[in-house]
Design a protein around this ligand. Structure first.
Ligand SMILES: C[S@@+](CC[C@H](N)C(=O)[O-])C[C@H]1O[C@@H](n2cnc3c(N)ncnc32)[C@H](O)[C@@H]1O
Length: 280
């Protein structure tokens, strides 16, 4: 692991989800739950040396290494607690030995030489970065020509839960306002195409992916709604201490999420965006 000690954030903004062990376990669960959708169209065939930016606790790293046996992954994250959890998680899988490296660094200032990698993967990280264009600039700098980049990002205005749940809605608006005002962008998914074009990437394509569950798949619907409650709760401490929500709204949100989870006609809908581009 690199000894460099950059600041915890590229500026003084709080990180929405925090770094508790509950949050770290949530990231592992999230990666597994989303894997069939996130990885359905990702193809790193031919790549050997992949850069993963904002690698968190290594949950996606494990998936990348499992799906693409020729890959070696270099992980970068700004937060030491995430990197330590990634070390623990990945070291527990000895079959991945020697195939990953962990670096503490700011994605806007990567500690690598130009053309160090031949692929890149970013998932749920640009939404937290105040200067996503700077990150993309750095990613492009350290990739060799012809390298594929996949970026998967949130599009939070797409969320729908039925039956209508006013406290969930209040909480969700506060969640997004807080992220936006903290320097992140909960709607960055739809902007990936423009960001990549402006950053000099080529062959830019985007795909809208959905988590869409109704009476056709009641078990998966229930799992997703339960997970979504955990996602919402991951921001509760921050939102409460910033006085963006009251304890009543948090309690109401939890109650409503339980009700929707048990509603025989519930609908859960969320769309996000995955972009692919090439470096020249
Ligand atoms: C929501 S987590 C996603 C982690 C991982 N990509 C996944 O899908 O499980 C976002 C991660 O980005 C990291 N991060 C935020 N800003 C960063 C920056 N400027 N440079 C590097 N990592 C950053 C956070 O520390 C956190 O671990």
């Amino acid at each position: 692991m690199s000894d460099e000690r950059p600041p915890e954030r590229s500026c003084d903004f709080p990180y929405l989800h925090g770094f508790s062990s509950t949050e770290q376990a949530r990231l592992v669960k999230q990666a597994k739950l989303a894997e069939p959708t996130v990885f359905h169209d990702i193809d790193y065939t031919g790549a050997r040396n992949l850069l993963e930016v904002g690698s968190g606790v290594g949950a996606q790293t494990e998936i990348l290494l499992r799906r693409f046996p020729d890959l070696r992954v270099t992980c970068v994250d700004l937060n030491q607690a995430q990197l330590s959890a990634a070390r623990t998680n990945l070291d527990a899988m000895p079959w991945l030995d020697g195939r990953y490296a962990l670096h503490r660094a700011d994605a806007t200032n990567l500690p690598f030489e130009p053309r160090s990698f031949d692929a890149a993967f970013l998932c749920w990280v640009l939404e937290h970065v105040p200067a996503p264009a700077r990150v993309l600039n750095e990613v492009r700098r350290v990739l060799s020509p012809g390298s594929p980049v996949y970026i998967t990002e949130v599009m939070n205005s797409s969320f729908l839960l039925d039956p209508y749940s006013p406290n969930v809605w209040r909480y969700w608006m506060a969640f997004n306002d807080f992220q936006y005002e903290s320097g992140g962008d909960p709607f960055i998914g739809a902007k990936l195409g423009n960001l990549l074009l402006a950053g000099g990437f080529r062959d830019v394509t985007t795909e809208v992916k959905t988590f869409y569950f109704d009476n056709r798949e009641p078990a998966r619907r229930k799992t997703m709604i339960a997970f979504w409650e955990e996602l919402l709760l991951s921001a509760a401490d921050q939102l409460l201490s910033a006085q963006r929500v009251t304890p009543d709204v948090v309690d109401g949100m939890r109650r409503e999420m339980q009700q929707v989870q048990n509603d025989p006609n519930a609908v859960f809908f969320y769309a996000f965006v995955q972009a692919r581009a090439t470096v020249y």
